[in-house]
Structure formats: structure tokens, C-alpha cells
Write a protein that binds this ligand. Structure first.
Ligand SMILES: [Zn+2]
Length: 295
């Protein structure tokens, strides 16, 4: 059974700092977790090359066995598609809702395959030049996808995408609604595989977005429900976290959350005679899809 803890928004102002990245690397090291960091290539119009502190941290991450993936180009909400409703409905996304209402035609025009390919290619080049490594994985900013996006990813030769989600209920609490876990099955995983040929490693949801102690128990119950569902379905359990929101959970409870969840996952997995593997997404892709490894 595979458990992947993934982290978004590296370099994105307001959601990432070098200090918080450093703290995550220390936490992952102490817990034996191999993570996947999705990096914004040109946040605030500053290319990764011009951020030596982050370049150093990300090279350390690679050396420690973590994987790096691409997270859009500038993290514009509409650069790879239109965000799903549960994200547009979040209180802090009001500007995106207004922009969509006013500019939908122009936004859709910007999602033509050649324009998408250019954006994907530009971002990837920035990351590969700065980090001197190959980038094969992608996650869309705000999980914004569209048909053309998957076609463009496949045409650009990316190995996998991790923008599809299996647990929409994770956004209920953030929207002030009562939490209602949605069922997760193998069918949902298979449905996330796109006909363009790009492989999909769908995530469940974000559990540690500025998590408060009052929501800790309900969120843990959701995460355990999702883990159990993935275990039964024989699919990897992929979680989504964000650099600063995870660090800034109330009283540091984001780190406690993952410690407890991983302990639970070890127990649940060994109870069915299997072993838990804390892998990054590149390794998970190889285990699941790489024909060379299977041959
Ligand atoms: Zn993001």
C-alpha cells in the first residue's frame, strides 16, 4: 500500500516561505517521509533561478529522495483550466469568481492547446534549468483542468498529472459546511485516467489547510475514511498539503495530524497483511505505470 504526502505552492507568495520549506524538510526527515513538492516556476514574475534560497532547499530535497513536480507557470487560477466549484466557492477565492463571471470567453480562449503547451513548456524549462533535473510530474494550480490541458500535458511528454481529486468532501469544512465524506472506489481512480494517455495519480483532498484544533478530530476521521477506501480499492493514497498552511496549523497540529495519520495507516495496512510504503509520486508512477519496471 502506497502513501504519498504531496506539497503544493512552493515559492508562491503568501503560501510559502523558505523557513516553512526548511521546517517541512526537517519534519519529513524525522518521520522518514518521502514527499513530492510542486513548485511554481515563475511566482510573482520572479523565475526560480532568481530565488537562490529556494533553489538550495529544493536541491537538498532532491538529494534526500523527495520528488519535484511543476505547479503551473505563475499560479494564475485560470492558466490550465477553470477551478472546480468547491475551490471557487472558498471564501478567499472571491476575486476568481468575479473574474470568471466577467471574462469567461477570454479565459476559454486562453485555454487553446498551443497556448497551454507554451505555458507548460516555459514553466518546465525554468524548473529544469534552475534545478538541473528532469521534471515529469504536474499539478494544476487550484486543480484547474480542462480537456485541452490533458492533451497539452501528454503532447509535452509529461509522465503523470496529479490534479484530479477523489474526496470533494474535504472542502466542506473550509466552506463552513458540515463534513460529508464521499465514497472512493477503484472506479473513481480509473475514471481519472485520461484518454490522451497522460497517467493520473489523483489526490484525495487537503486535510491541513490552516487546520484548527476544533476541526482536528473530524478531519482525521475523514482522512482515515479516505485511507481505508484507497486500501480497499488497491489504489495509492495521495494527500495534498501546502507549504505555509501546513506549518501554520493551530498549535503545530498539522505535523501531529500527519504523525497520527501515518501511524494509523501503518496499522490498517498491516492488519490486512500488507506493508505501508511512504513513497514520492515519481516512485509511485514507476511502481504503477512504468512498463520498463514491469518488464
Ligand atoms: Zn497551488
Amino acid at each position: 500500500m502506497i502513501f504519498c504526502l504531496t506539497v503544493d505552492d512552493v515559492c508562491l507568495e503568501g503560501y510559502s516561505t523558505e523557513e516553512d520549506m526548511h521546517a517541512l524538510l526537517q519534519f519529513f526527515r524525522s518521520e522518514g517521509i518521502l514527499s513530492t513538492f510542486f513548485v511554481v516556476p515563475r511566482a510573482e514574475r520572479i523565475r526560480l533561478q532568481e530565488r537562490p534560497g529556494y533553489v538550495e532547499l529544493l536541491k537538498q530535497a532532491l538529494a534526500q529522495g523527495h520528488a519535484l513536480g511543476q505547479h503551473g507557470l505563475e499560479h494564475d487560477r485560470f492558466e490550465t483550466g477553470i477551478p472546480p466549484r468547491m475551490i471557487l466557492d472558498l471564501p478567499h477565492e472571491s476575486a476568481s469568481r468575479e473574474r470568471l463571471a466577467k471574462e469567461q470567453a477570454a479565459i476559454e480562449e486562453g485555454l487553446a492547446v498551443p497556448k497551454l503547451r507554451e505555458r507548460l513548456c516555459q514553466g518546465r524549462q525554468i524548473l529544469e534549468d534552475a534545478l538541473e533535473c528532469k521534471i515529469g510530474g504536474f499539478r494544476a494550480p487550484c486543480l484547474s483542468t480542462c480537456e485541452n490541458f490533458f492533451t497539452a500535458l501528454s503532447a509535452e511528454g509529461f509522465s503523470y498529472d496529479s490534479s484530479m481529486y477523489l474526496q470533494e468532501g474535504g472542502w466542506d469544512l473550509l466552506q463552513g459546511k458540515a463534513l460529508a465524506p464521499r465514497p472512493i472506489s477503484r472506479v473513481d481512480f480509473d475514471r481519472s485516467q485520461h484518454s490522451s494517455g497522460i497517467r493520473s495519480l489523483p489526490l484525495t483532498t487537503e486535510y491541513t489547510w490552516y487546520l484548527r484544533q476544533t476541526d482536528f478530530e473530524a478531519t482525521m476521521a475523514l482522512a482515515q475514511h479516505d485511507f481505508d477506501s484507497c486500501l480497499r480499492a488497491g489504489i495509492p493514497f495521495v494527500t495534498l498539503a501546502h507549504v505555509s498552511p501546513l506549518n501554520q496549523c493551530e498549535d503545530g497540529c498539522g505535523f501531529d495530524f500527519y504523525r497520527q495519520l501515518i501511524a494509523y495507516a501503518h496499522e490498517a495496512t498491516s492488519a490486512v497483511g500488507d506493508e505501508l510504503r511512504l513513497l514520492n509520486l515519481d516512485e509511485t508512477y514507476e511502481v504503477l505505470f512504468d512498463e520498463k519496471e514491469l518488464a
